[in-house]
Design a protein around this ligand. Sequence first.
Ligand SMILES: *Cc1c(COP(=O)(O)O)cnc(C)c1O
Length: 379
Amino acid sequence: MKKERLFTPGPTMVPEDVLLEMAQPMQHHRTAWYRQMHEELHGLLQYLFQTKATCLTFTGSGSAAAEAAIVGCCPPGHKALVVVNGKFAERWEKVCATWSIDHTALPIDWGHGAKVADIQKAMDADPKIDTVIVVHSETSTTALSDVEGIAKLTRDRGAILIVDGITAVGAIPVKMDDWGVDAYITGSQKALMLPPGLAFVAVSDRAWERIESGKMPTLYNDLKAYKKSLGTWDAPYTPAVTLVRGTLHVLRGVKERTLEGIWKETSLLAKATRAAAEAMGMKVYATDVVDSVTALLVPEGVDEGALRKTIRAKHGFQIAGGQGDLKGKIVRLSHMGYVDAFDTIGAIAALELTLAEQGYDKIGLGVAAAQRVFAEDLK
Ligand SMILES: *Cc1c(COP(=O)(O)O)cnc(C)c1O
């Protein structure tokens, strides 16, 4: 007997009750049933993003909503600053390039998050910049950006702030209205513990002014079309009814557990994993660490590809490797969604067993350190 456990930072494990909820017979979406569900979903999304803003549900992975937000907020006459500190940030720069959006990339070292001082400097140097795009939790490098500080700056300067919150929302503190973010994006397959296929974006009134006055040629992923349909709790095209149903179920649970409770739990899993790594003599990769996912540098002499293959084949744990320049150098473990202390201890134990097979024997050290963290929390 071997259990499959998904520790990749998206997709993540889906709880059994959510799978059952989505196994119900199909219903049509141009119905009072769907509209009622959509209305409740909207209220719960507002709770999730901590906002009174409009929350749109797109069919597609997270990138669909991110592209819609970037394209909608950057019509001709505006200029974007894209902070590039990892693979996902690179994608948003590519969106700008694809749509011929006037933009500048601000490269910062991988493993670091976007910081106020860097953005302020870039904005001072180029007064045309009136839009800033940052990744809150850069999943490829596991780096955390200072969204609260950056939002204060963009508010002060009347700029629009677009945040990729795809592994932040529902995992670590996100306070859209308190901070003053204009477009916050997430997807279904990360902290929301759903299958891939839905993208969510919360859009501020300030951003709507920009979007509605701009003329960007877009059809399917059009924020304006989604907003219009929201007026009657409809969707412009056939929505992914099954996933919407699952999301409603998940978000009811999130509200019951409270966001604060979930942020604390996620943070504890990350802390335990970092303590385990330290005890095993493994380095945490990121400088500005985020709590939704942890990247560990693979010890010298260990083959990362073989490590991931073995840990899955022998122990059932799917963990992620590195992307781009980090390929072969790091492994990443998710702390999002349907994962608890014992799943995490199990992942650490499996990592120890797999590393020992390659001659890096730290059996028991990581597990003990992680348990200490959980024990401290129980005090
Ligand atoms: C997963 C992820 C994305 C990409 O989302 P898709 O759902 O694959 O389109 C973008 N940004 C971050 C930070 C992510 O973690």
